[in-house]
Design a protein around this ligand. Structure first.
Ligand SMILES: Nc1ncnc2c1ncn2[C@@H]1O[C@H](COP(=O)(O)OP(=O)(O)OP(=O)(O)O)[C@@H](O)[C@H]1O
Length: 226
């Protein structure tokens, strides 16, 4: 499986937030500069409303036009700042797994496999192998609605990983899981991110998540400016 997954992974490069500032009207929401190395998890913490999700939206390319942004986002030497979201190769996990209800579990994963992988059989084999890797072998034809929260989270993770992302953006992806599942899931996500050499930005309220991530932590605060 490692080989099959490996064959659709792209090269790994550092992710750079270069002098990024985000304003909302007269309010300076945040100012961040950071270089996230391949396999590193950078954790962003801060109070509610401080702009954590906004920073991920900037990196993912889906920031609302209400925000005024300066600075650049780079992957390696490639400037992604103006690149549309669907061309950024960002792998994003939110609080909710957001599985497509009209597709089977396997269909959710197969859907994300890059078009460069041709042929229904090959795509199905990749999706099946990805599911098996997280203990969901035999789940391909299941309806996502019949899965537990932890199972859905694993499907969402594999859907992201088979898409051959160049970096990961994690917006509180463990917060709806109970404590034992939360521990398991974060170990799984971080180990896979590191194994794949993906630069990763994690937003969390939970210090234990940050500790498990094992990387640097940036604390952002709330400041008002005239
Ligand atoms: N589309 C939008 N238009 C205008 N203001 C917005 C928009 N989205 C978010 N905001 C505001 O931007 C600020 C930052 O919001 P953001 O969701 O990034 O905070 P957060 O740190 O992720 O909070 P939480 O921890 O509660 O998720 C908040 O004041 C919020 O009200």
């Amino acid at each position: 499986m490692q080989e099959i997954t490996g064959s659709i992974l792209t090269k790994t490069r550092p992710l750079m937030l270069s002098d990024v500032t985000i304003r909302l009207g007269s309010r300076m929401l945040l100012a961040v500069s950071a270089k996230v190395m391949p396999g590193e998890v950078l954790t962003i913490m801060g109070p509610s409303g401080s702009g954590k999700s906004t920073l991920l939206a900037f990196a993912g390319g889906f920031l609302d036009r209400a925000f005024e942004v300066s600075g650049r986002l780079l992957i390696g030497t490639k400037d992604l700042t103006e690149t549309p979201a669907n061309q950024r190769h960002a792998g994003i996990l939110f609080q909710d797994p957001l599985l497509f209800p009209h597709l089977s579990v396997g269909g959710n994963v197969a859907f994300a496999i890059p078009p460069a992988v041709k042929g229904g059989k090959a795509r199905r084999a990749l999706a099946e192998a990805a599911l098996k890797e997280v203990g969901l072998g035999g789940f391909f034809d299941r309806d996502p609605d019949t899965l537990s929260g932890g199972q859905k989270a694993r499907v969402a993770l594999q859907r992201v990983l088979v898409s051959a992302p160049e970096f990961l953006l994690l917006d509180e992806p463990f917060s709806k899981l109970d404590a034992p599942l939360r521990r398991q899931m974060r170990e799984l996500v971080f180990s896979k991110a590191k194994a794949a050499g993906l630069p990763t930005i994690l937003v969390t309220h939970d210090g234990a998540d940050a500790q498990a991530a094992g990387g640097r932590v940036i604390e952002i605060g709330i400041e008002e400016k005239a």
